[in-house]
Every structure is written in structure tokens, then in C-alpha cells.
Design a protein around this ligand. Structure first.
Ligand SMILES: *Cc1c(COP(=O)(O)O)cnc(C)c1O
Length: 353
């Protein structure tokens, strides 16, 4: 607390990211990073970009990358907004499009950054409870009320909704914006992006941090009707004209073009997810069905916080949220096969198997 803080600062509850400690031989399964690393082509392109041209400002529109996004998703360029990680894209979405005066509707258990943005921008929100199976039920979201945001697959549950359910919602609430955060959609889900061509009240946000393994580069984007994109551009250009540097723009575009790398690495992750779920179930865990690069699981008799701590003592990090309804769960990111095996080995030691 400082006398120099603006009044709002003391009221903020900043998002707390998973820790990034420096421990030798750490098995790091706590922040949903992709264990396989980015496309080697993208790395080569980025190396080439580190040269004298860095004295110049980058393209403020990230045009080459935005074009790659438009091409991949089959939309026009004016349907694409690019930002410094999807966290920044979401920040602009909250400010430009979700601050309507009506309470924002979101799941009670979802990406915990959303409530932080609400405090930052003074947006009220209603937390709509997940059902007893920890699923989002879109029938619970009200028409003639505030806008709607959720992650699909949801975080940290991994639950997936299909495009049919999302289409039904956007049809039912034509005067409310629906924002779908698809950070994990590439691990087995079907994107709602095609629906954005038909419904002007739908905005889809994606990131290169998870399926493209570029969390360290900070690149995300949103796709929607040009009027929505223009609103985002107005906020962005009042905040930072150059959210992506030259290296990031080139690397992101190259990563998008390396479809082979994208496909093989995400297949590996989906296969490891399948094996990890079986290993956990064998050891007395209840595992929620997951379409993300993590699983969300609770042990039938052992305490979640204690398990997370015991794993930590064996240099295995998983994420534990001390929150109502989910405090018995562990969120375990899918690592390489070796990392998954190390996790299971540590678990066996803890469970005395
Ligand atoms: C990881 C994640 C993000 C943030 O991604 P960045 O692009 O790295 O900022 C956004 N939403 C959800 C649900 C996430 O899990």
C-alpha cells in the first residue's frame, strides 16, 4: 500500500499465474505449457529476425500474422484482431465489449483471470454455477441480460461444448455478445470460429501459447464481426499501438504455417492424456473428461492440497486451486511421456503403491 497508488489499485485482485520456480530436474505440470517446444521452422525464422531492423518499430497491425490467421480460419482480414497474448486480447475485450452496465455472465469455475479484469474495469458479474458434473450448461445463461464469457474447453475442468450448443446460445441471445475463449480448442475440440461469419454477437479468442507452444512469445487473437474488431482496435490504439514486436510477428506467422509440427505434437499430447487418465483412474482418482492439454482430477480419499504439496517435495509441480467446489482437485498439465511417467512414479511413492 502506498500513498501514491491510484484509489483503484488497492481494490484489485490480480490474477496469480502458476509459479515458474528454478528447481533442478523439475517436472513442471502446473501451467499448461506445451512440453514439445515450438515449430523448429518458427525458431529459425525468429533467429533471422534478430538483426539491425530491430531499431524500427514493428507493423502496428501485425499484418503478415493476421493474414495467416485469416487464411487458416477462412475469414476476411477485417475479422481478425491480434494482441500480446490472449490475456491482452481478453483485457481489451473486457474494456471494449463487456463493460455494458449489465452484469457479465460467466461460469463460477472458469479462467480466474476474468474476475480480475472485472475488478480492473469496474464490471459487475454473475457467476453461473457449473452443474453437478462440473459442466457448463448454456441453458443456465439468461437472455435479455448482460453479455456472456466462458472458456471452451473450460479451464480448469477441461469440459468441452460442441459448436451446436454454442450456436443455440448465440441464436437465443441475439442482443448479447458471447465471447468464447478457445485457448485449448486444438486438443480435441471443434472451434466456433465458423459461426462468427454468421452471428455478429459471437467473438472467439485463441492463443499460440498452448497448441503452438509459444507461451513465451505472447501472441493471441480474436475473430469476429468487423464491428467487434473495430471496437477492439480502438481500445488497442488508445493503449499500445505495437503489441507484437517484429520477432513475435514473424515467429507467429511461421508457426501457423508449420501444420505438420502442429499436428504431430498435439496428437502426442492427446495420446499422453489418454494414458494419464487411465493411470490416474487406476490409482483411485476421479478424472473429469478432458479435451484440453491438462486433466482435472481428485483422489477418492487423499486431500488435494496435501497431494500437491507432497508432489512438490518430489520436484513435481501441479496446480491446486484453493477455491470452493474444486479444492480437492489437481490440475495436471500433460507433459512428455517421460514427464507423465515421472509424475506417476512420484504419485506411487506418495500413495504407497
Ligand atoms: C492460457 C490461457 C489463456 C492465456 O493465454 P495467453 O495467450 O498465454 O495469454 C487464456 N485463456 C485461458 C482459458 C487459458 O488457459
Amino acid at each position: 500500500m502506498s500513498q501514491f497508488w491510484s484509489p483503484i489499485v488497492s481494490q484489485l485482485k490480480p490474477y496469480i499465474p502458476g509459479e515458474q520456480p528454478r528447481i533442478d530436474q523439475l517436472v513442471k505440470l502446473n501451467t499448461n505449457e506445451n512440453p514439445y517446444g515450438p515449430s523448429p521452422n518458427a525458431i529459425a525464422v525468429m533467429r533471422d529476425m534478430v538483426n539491425d531492423n530491430l531499431r524500427l518499430y514493428p507493423d502496428p497491425h501485425s499484418s503478415a500474422f493476421a493474414q495467416a490467421v485469416a487464411k487458416r480460419h477462412g475469414v476476411a482480414l477485417d475479422h481478425v484482431f491480434v494482441g500480446n497474448g490472449s490475456d491482452e486480447v481478453l483485457a481489451h475485450v473486457f474494456m471494449a465489449l463487456l463493460n455494458t452496465g449489465k452484469p457479465l455472465q460467466m461460469p463460477d469455475i472458469t479462467y480466474s483471470f476474468y474476475p480480475s479484469y472485472c475488478l480492473l474495469y469496474g464490471i459487475r458479474h454473475d457467476a453461473i454455477p457449473l452443474n453437478a458434473r462440473y459442466e457448463i450448461d448454456l441453458n443456465d445463461y439468461r437472455a435479455d441480460a448482460g453479455p456472456i464469457i466462458f472458456a471452451n474447453p473450460n479451464a480448469p475442468t477441461g469440459h468441452l461444448l460442441g459448436p451446436e450448443a454454442i450456436e443455440k446460445l448465440v441464436k437465443r441471445v441475439p442482443n448479447q455478445l458471447v465471447v468464447v475463449d478457445e485457448a485449448y480448442i486444438d486438443f480435441g475440440g471443434k472451434s466456433a470460429v465458423p459461426l462468427t461469419k454468421q452471428y455478429r454477437n459471437l467473438l472467439v479468442v485463441q492463443t499460440l501459447s498452448k497448441s503452438r507452444s509459444l507461451a513465451g512469445l505472447r501472441v493471441g487473437y480474436a475473430i469476429g464481426h468487423p464491428e467487434l474488431i473495430e471496437g477492439l482496435e480502438r481500445v488497442k490504439n488508445s493503449f499500445n499501438s505495437y503489441p507484437l514486436g517484429r520477432v513475435a510477428q514473424a515467429g507467429a506467422a511461421a508457426a501457423f504455417e508449420d501444420d505438420n509440427w502442429f499436428r504431430t505434437t498435439r496428437e502426442k499430447i492427446m495420446n499422453s492424456r489418454h494414458d494419464l487418465i487411465q493411470a490416474l483412474e487406476k490409482r483411485g482418482f476421479e478424472v473429469l473428461p478432458s479435451y484440453a492439454n491438462f486433466v482435472f482430477a481428485r483422489h477418492t480419499s487423499r486431500d488435494g492440497a496435501e497431494l500437491a504439496q507432497a508432489l512438490r517435495e518430489r520436484a513435481v509441480l501441479v496446480r491446486h486451486f484453493k477455491l470452493p467446489r474444486i479444492e480437492q482437485f489437481l490440475r495436471i498439465s500433460i507433459g512428455t511421456e517421460a514427464q507423465c511417467a515421472a509424475f506417476v512414479k512420484a504419485l506411487d511413492a506418495i500413495l504407497g503403491r
